[in-house]
Design a binder for this molecule. Structure first.
Ligand code: 3BY
Ligand code: FES
Ligand code: FE
Length: 419
């Protein structure tokens, strides 16, 4: 039997969440909170679900599961990405069962109702006289693409600030040419922990000594303010500052936006964007920091651009280098199971084996993901113990607090609306 929290207790836990501490156990282990998270967060907010490179041609599709919803993303004949509920308008059958594929039309296998990639019902074999197919198009889902990233929102009225956020991040992302990218590879890692533990883990580098591969090319000072730098990281921080001063000159000479914008919990569509150096050769997430792909993704005269990182609430982070980009999408599957989908993007013309080697390209983040999955699974087991008590975030974990604060604000608003 899974733990269950009564509705009154849910409201109480949300309204009295102590600031600056990890959440109380029910948020991570109870069925009620899993359902509430799907309802208040994943079906209300803009969720990062895919990259346009996954749908290169008209008819290419991907399906996305959010709670009991299934959504079809499909590129239409005008080359736009559309999103529809994966529910047949005849008797409701789930239409597409695969996660990725390509179709001419979208055909329900039960009684062969046939829809175009624009969602219009094109063909039914037999219906009563007077049947009007225009009344039975697939139900559409809000979808937005931002410089090659695909977001959906299941709410009838999605958060209105998304367009403003898109306008602000687009100039940072556009030079990375995601429109010209192809998927080098994608991994689905099922983590044995609540989705919030997966997100919390990404929002800090307090645990980064657990990432030897990442630490070789990445300055592990993320989240530290100068006054909080521990002695062991002091020299790393100084090297980072030097590298940052040099990188800024490059960014300025290339006209690349780099200023940090951090609005993680001060708006509905919380985000953080920052261009900063990487260590060693400073080009990419590889063991010596050199580019993993010879054919750069954008037309930069140098590969030494470090990383542009984008963190968005509630479920994503992405890193854009000169040679490739990596996107991460987090989807809750159960109270203690989470999908982490990682996608490595390279220039569409890059040739595997000649321009890039898949192992070199993926080594650092595959290892990092696996290490993080172990941390998350251990965290889940720990918070599931009756002995667990919330503990304090350190100053370097301030973005974990921002994530939790964003989350609690959403739950409060949702519970308020329901009263
Ligand atoms: O996603 C990030 O920016 C980094 C990578 C390692 C830890 N995390 C804060
Ligand atoms: Fe889809 Fe009948 S349920 S065609
Ligand atoms: Fe990590």
């Amino acid at each position: 039997m899974n733990p269950v929290t009564a509705a009154a207790q849910v409201t109480e836990l949300v309204s009295r969440r102590p600031v600056g501490q990890s959440l109380q156990a029910p948020f991570y282990v109870d069925e009620e909170f899993h359902h509430l998270d799907i309802e208040a967060v994943f079906t209300r907010h803009w969720i990062f679900v895919a990259t346009e490179a996954e749908l290169p041609e008209p008819g290419d599709y991907a399906t996305v599961t959010l709670g009991t919803y299934s959504v079809i993303l499909v590129r239409d004949d005008d080359e736009d990405v559309r999103a529809f509920h994966n529910v047949c308008r005849h008797r409701g059958t789930r239409i597409l069962g695969e996660e990725h594929g390509s179709v001419g039309n979208i055909v329900c296998g039960y009684h062969r109702w046939t829809y175009g990639v624009d969602g219009k019902l094109l063909h039914v074999e037999s219906q009563a006289p007077g049947f009007d197919p225009t009344c039975f198009s697939l139900r559409s889902v809000h979808v937005r693409t931002v410089a090659g990233l695909v977001f959906i929102c299941l709410a009838e009225e999605p958060p209105e600030d998304f367009d403003e956020v898109a306008t602000r991040i687009e100039p940072y992302l556009a030079p990375h040419n995601l429109a010209k990218a192809k998927v080098a590879t994608q991994t689905d890692l099922i983590e044995n922990g609540n989705w919030k533990l997966v997100m919390e883990n990404n929002r800090e580098c307090y645990h980064c000594t657990g990432h030897p591969e990442l630490q070789s090319c990445y300055f592990p000072i993320y989240g530290y303010q100068e006054q909080d730098i521990p002695p062991v990281l002091r020299s790393t921080y100084e090297r980072y500052q030097q590298a940052d001063a040099e990188a800024r000159k490059t960014y300025e000479s290339l006209g690349l936006p780099y200023a940090e914008i951090e609005e993680l919990d001060t708006r509905t569509t919380g985000f953080h964007i920052h261009r900063e150096p990487l260590d060693l050769a400073g080009e990419s997430y590889t063991s010596d920091g050199t580019a993993a792909c010879k054919r750069l993704l954008a037309d930069f005269p140098t590969a030494r651009l470090g990383r542009l990182s984008l963190h968005m609430q509630p479920n994503s982070w992405c890193h854009f280098m000169a040679d490739h980009a990596i996107t991460f999408s987090v989807i809750p599957l159960a109270r203690d199971r989470t999908l982490l989908r990682t996608t490595w993007l390279v220039h569409a013309d890059a040739v595997e084996g000649a321009d890039y080697d898949l192992d070199t390209l993926t080594k650092v983040w595959k290892a990092t993901n696996d290490q993080d999955a172990v941390f998350v699974a251990r965290a889940q087991r720990g918070v599931s113990s009756p002995a667990y008590l919330p503990g304090p975030y350190s100053p370097t974990e301030y973005q974990v607090e921002a994530f939790i604060n964003w989350y609690i604000t959403r739950l409060k608003a949702h519970l308020e609306q329901q009263r």
